[in-house]
Design a protein around this ligand. Structure first.
Ligand code: HEM
Length: 437
């Protein structure tokens, strides 16, 4: 549908039209995407966006609108379109699966099936159950900080600590042995990083603009999906035959309306836990550390008063917002900000923009460990609110609770680098120089 509030191209902005900017992975890597978001929040917060090579959609950049759309979940559904993908990628998935999705994970589903599947593990992800894991997670945090210390005085924090620690937490709760962790690491990165040449599989043939999927990439992704299906299919069979005290056993033996959970649903469940629980948390831990190094006053404040840690972690989550957007699709006409969203229109909820909204946060581009950060939206809202949010907070807290008291000093030792991705993104390299006490 057409919108009369079309924006003129960004003056002085070298890369192109604002509609193309918002999906451009380069701008997520350079963080210049904030210039685009800030301008949209100010001039056209609900912007009809028509990037080349993508189906059009509404860009939702104000936090209040993100929350309103998420609250109206029967009107704005997930299953039609989950995240921004070029038309070529969407068509390829359809030709392969006959569906709009490669997997059928919780974020791809709507009620009633979504709530029934979510209910299988919801209790497991709640704080009373997670408290039982505190010791195990603290042990893993210590192991990774010990590893960092063993490296001497310099390391790449992403590659040595932040990527492995959350992966090992997730694998430990899913019951995946350490011997398989390299495989799981590779799979997660291939699913979330297909636009980034450093992150994608070595065999991938990434397009130059990083935004459109080449046929080689498509084949790689299908191969990744098949490998994951085979791997988790074996886990389902094993946990059905020999249930254990792990999350995989709860999923494998889950029942929906009295019948065992379907194969594709079970596998999609493992996949969302393994993937959603990994890059998000590692990006937040490394992005949080980077900001503490850039603002030594904030680092000192936190080191001197560790009771600020839960709040500081929430601020890190707001700051990094590792999940940059999720999509919704309107099932009927809906009026918002004086415009009419038509039935069938897609909407991209830009969480990073919602977390820099000047109407919600005082000086949103300042990182403050003691900021009032209760209103951050990095975990989404409503029925799809991140299932792993308590676990994510606990993990990041445990890592900094171990690291900060042991550090005498820490500083940047090179240029940090972000992934090129407009869906889930964050640091892929963070060289640091440090001294332990
Ligand atoms: C959903 C963010 C960590 C599992 C989501 C959503 C967001 C998000 C934005 C969609 C919410 C919506 O549509 O309203 C994050 C962030 C994390 C994080 C920022 C870390 C800082 C985790 C972890 C796990 C996890 C550690 C699991 C181990 C899930 C699952 C869903 C989800 C299963 C789907 C929920 C549903 O559709 O019902 N997450 N996540 N996430 N997340 Fe997370």
């Amino acid at each position: 549908m057409a919108d009369d509030g079309a924006l003129t191209p960004f003056p002085g902005f070298k890369r192109g039209r604002i509609d193309d900017e918002i999906v451009n992975p380069e701008l997520y890597a350079s963080e210049e995407i904030h210039d685009v978001y800030t301008r949209l929040r100010r001039e056209d917060p609900l912007h009809w966006t028509q990037p080349e090579g993508f189906r059009p959609f509404w860009s939702v950049t104000k936090q209040a609108d993100i929350l309103e759309i998420e609250r109206q979940h029967p009107i704005f559904i997930n299953s039609a379109r989950t995240y921004l993908s070029p038309i070529a990628g969407e068509e390829w998935i359809k030709s392969m699966t006959g569906d709009t999705h490669l997997f059928r994970t919780l974020v791809d589903l709507d009620d009633p099936i979504h709530m029934k599947l979510r209910a299988l593990t919801q209790g497991w992800f709640m704080p009373p159950n997670l408290r039982k894991l505190e010791e195990r997670i603290a042990g893993l945090a210590k192991e990774h900080v010990d590893h960092m210390q063993s490296l001497g005085s310099e390391c790449d924090f992403v590659k040595e600590v932040a990527l492995w620690y959350p992966l090992r937490v997730i694998n430990s709760i899913l019951g995946i042995p350490r011997s398989d962790e390299k495989f799981i690491m590779k799979m997660t990165q291939e699913i979330f990083g297909p636009g980034d040449p450093d992150v994608a599989a070595e065999s991938s043939n990434v397009s130059e603009d990083g935004a459109s999927m080449t046929s080689d990439q498509g084949v790689d992704l299908l191969q990744t999906a098949q490998e994951l299906f085979a791997y988790f299919g074996a886990i389902t069979a094993d946990r059905r035959a020999n249930p254990k005290d792990d999350l995989a056993s709860i999923i494998a033996n889950g029942k929906i309306d009295g019948a065992p959970i379907g194969e594709r649903e079970a596998m999609s469940y493992y996949i969302i836990v393994a993937t959603a629980g990994h890059d998000t948390t590692s990006s937040t831990a490394s992005g949080g550390l980077l900001q503490l190094m850039r603002q030594p006053d904030q680092l000192m404040k936190l080191k001197n008063d560790l009771s600020l840690l839960p709040n500081a972690v929430e601020e890190m989550i707001r700051w990094v917002t590792p999940v940059k957007h999720f999509m919704r699709t309107a099932t009927k006409d809906y009026d918002l900000r004086g415009k009419t969203i038509r039935k069938g229109d897609g909407l991209a909820l830009f969480y990073w923009s919602g977390n820099r909204d000047e109407e919600v946060f005082d000086q949103p581009f300042e990182f403050r460990v003691d900021r009032d950060v209760k209103k951050q939206v990095a975990f989404g809202h409503g029925v799809h609110l991140c299932l792993g949010m308590h676990l994510a907070r606990m993990e990041i807290r445990a890592l900094f609770a171990e690291l900060l008291p042991r550090l005498k000093s820490i500083e940047l030792a090179g240029e940090p680098k972000n992934t090129r991705a407009n869906f889930v993104s964050g640091l892929k390299s963070l060289p640091v120089r440090f001294e332990f006490t």
